[in-house]
Design a binder for this molecule. Sequence first.
Ligand SMILES: Cc1cc2nc3c(=O)[nH]c(=O)nc-3n(C[C@H](O)[C@H](O)[C@H](O)COP(=O)(O)OP(=O)(O)OC[C@H]3O[C@@H](n4cnc5c(N)ncnc54)[C@H](O)[C@@H]3O)c2cc1C
Length: 415
Amino acid sequence: MNAPGQDTHYDIVIAGGGMIGTSLALALAPLGLEIAVVEAVARQAGAQPSFDDRSTALSRSTQRMFEAMGLWNEIVAASTPITSIHVSDKGRFGFSHIDAEEQGVEALGYVVINRVLGSVLQSAMSKLDGVDLVCPARIVDIALCPEQARAVVESGGGSRQTLTCNLLVAADGANSATREMMGISVQQSQYDQRAVIGNVLPENKLDNRAFERFTAQGPLAILPVADDRAGFIWAVSEDDAERVLALDDGAFLSELQAEFGYRLGTFSRAGKRASYPLTLSKAARLTATRSVLIGNAAHGLHPVSAQGFNLGMRDVAALCDCIADGLAGSGGSDPGDAQLLERYASWRRSDQKKLLRFTDSLVRLFGSSRRPLRALRNLGMLGFDLIPGVRSVFAKHTMGLAGNLPRLSRGVPLK
Ligand SMILES: Cc1cc2nc3c(=O)[nH]c(=O)nc-3n(C[C@H](O)[C@H](O)[C@H](O)COP(=O)(O)OP(=O)(O)OC[C@H]3O[C@@H](n4cnc5c(N)ncnc54)[C@H](O)[C@@H]3O)c2cc1C
């Protein structure tokens, strides 16, 4: 850190060193820029909220990004592949099925515990020469001018310093204070559900199968994780969440079992549980003068589609592409150039909009007990299996391979 009163200049300041902010710093490394990552929570084991005990399903486009960034070998060693996804609706016969082999891929995605992914990303970032981690610290004030952005950073002990930069990136999550200081409003709607997460030991092995089950309470996802355990993400109604969290292990296991059924035999040995509020959110804009939103600061999804992080990674990939092209262009050396940011915003809007709409429709269609929606849902399930191509389109979205993909999402290194 600099002496008080002294400004330090960076090419890019990233607010938030979570899954997305850290990934951006790593992805930009080949461009040789000077970067500061300002993170509010200190790195002691398990403390940082982004890198907690949740399991995240990484899509194929995210896998390709980490491959291009030289991090995949380490990540895959700590991940479990998903080779099929089984989708069912509680109380109805029939189900749908997506298979990796049918899609011509080795795996539909990989499941990794956020804490484990965090330690790979944080350790890789600490080895980068051009990246300073300012932590624990928060940006408490910003000024966005056409020539540069200024960020006043308050560290844990209360001391302040000013960072100036060409580009300020808000990657500080769903309640982004930086987004608010940028003057960007956000549209939010609550699902009145909470995601209860944890893991159990199923009697029968998952064998790399993932399950998505739509229940009256909300969707329940079961993912294959290490040691033959099954990670679960269960959306329960907000009114019932406290009760579900407070159940003793035996009572919890029987409720989970009643929702999921016995396709995997009997569940036992429940792990620690935690819960997360579920909100749909969309920022009104993605950029302001010399500043940009990425990840959950830009959009928040229900985890039913397991796509929030993957969508954020495509923000990272597109921003990197725009910056790399901008720097390579005639006389360009400014990652905060207005045209470059405009290109990023128009590129990302359509992917974000489509995925928000798709995820929201899944929750509303499958979460409803209203008759017309139930009929539509049955048609949807039938169509899903019977109409040629529908499953492939769904699988393409799940794998993050739909639309116009940036270099990193195609596995092509930036440089
Ligand atoms: C139950 C659940 C399951 C999920 N499963 C999946 C999945 O399978 N696949 C998938 O793709 N996505 C999944 N997601 C979504 C995914 O977790 C998020 O999209 C992802 O964590 C967003 O990362 P982020 O870095 O943008 O934000 P965050 O993870 O919220 O990180 C923000 C970071 O900014 C820091 N911060 C906050 N405020 C400040 C400040 N003022 N100054 C400095 N730093 C600050 C925080 O400490 C944190 O480190 C799931 C989400 C939930 C809730």
